[in-house]
Design a protein around this ligand. Sequence first.
Ligand SMILES: CC[C@H](C(=O)O)C(=O)SCCNC(=O)CCNC(=O)[C@H](O)C(C)(C)COP(=O)(O)OP(=O)(O)OC[C@H]1O[C@@H](n2cnc3c(N)ncnc32)[C@H](O)[C@@H]1OP(=O)(O)O
Length: 305
Amino acid sequence: MVLCAVRQHLLRGSRGAWARFLQRQSRCCVYSSVHGFQQEEIREKLQAFPGGSIELLTQESGLAVLTINYPSRMNAFSGSMMVDLEERVSQLEGWTDGKGLIVQGASGTFCSGSDLNAVRALSNPQDGMKMCMFMQNTLTRLLRLPMISVALVEGRALGGGAELTTACDFRLMAPGSVIQFVHKHMGLVPGWGGAARLVRIVGSQNALKLLGGAVKVDPELALQIGLAEEVLQGEGAGTPLQRAENWLSVYTKGPAPVIQAVKKVVLSGRELPLSEALRTEKDVFGTVWGGPANMQALASKSKHR
Ligand SMILES: CC[C@H](C(=O)O)C(=O)SCCNC(=O)CCNC(=O)[C@H](O)C(C)(C)COP(=O)(O)OP(=O)(O)OC[C@H]1O[C@@H](n2cnc3c(N)ncnc32)[C@H](O)[C@@H]1OP(=O)(O)O
């Protein structure tokens, strides 16, 4: 009801105001102070466990590369890297030219989950919940970015690293790589939103098998169950990152507002009840209808043979 009233109000204003409202909506988090979540408090706690970094490289082509960088710990997430990731996601939310994102690990492996040294120090339930809410918020915002995202999995994606792959639209795997939800072996279940997202990607039967068996998912199995989109084969066809960029460029070719609109309508179809998704689709449609790309296509009388 409140949302409807706000929408009506904004529709009476400019199209730009509604577009900005939609953008803010996509930044909404799962947890706020209503749920006892104090972002600054947990940020401070996490900063006490430093090490590694999250690097963001944005390119003029509209593709960005986010690198999880802590090779001496197999790219495990220290506390400061969790904070870094949140900051990089904020940067990407404000990147108006963005169309595609590749998430990779440094030095030929993806990510081995939480840094176990930080996990041991934060093992009381209260801190565990706070870290869990922080990471769920960040990974939800990552998945909701108005750009098409790919996890490039080389080496291992374990525990929280496996969960991170599910916060991207697609997973591309290098030969010999493994995605493994090792949580059961740690006496845990996923807490970064990985279970909820996994069910939506592979269905509840497959998700039960992967989590219940802590199964090592190789590229062949990942393709079979729909966890991975493609195996990046082929010596001499460039680095895995170049191959991932080539793969992604097929879907990000075109003007940024159109690619962003594509992601928004798919995202709302994925996340919202049908009536709400339809209304969002109409509103996103309104942001591209009569826009520069649309007018140019009409003027060029393009044929789709
Ligand atoms: C379960 C969920 C939870 C969450 O949601 O928060 C987590 O993610 S907990 C973390 C789950 N991950 C693990 O338990 C990984 C444990 N590590 C391993 O299984 C292995 O280290 C492996 C398979 C990643 C790599 O094995 P390999 O033989 O190739 O190398 P090393 O074992 O010698 O590892 C090199 C170096 O990295 C350190 N390392 C690896 N992973 C972590 C981690 N998650 N946290 C902290 N440190 C990690 C490892 O201890 C070695 O350090 P070194 O000082 O050389 O001993």
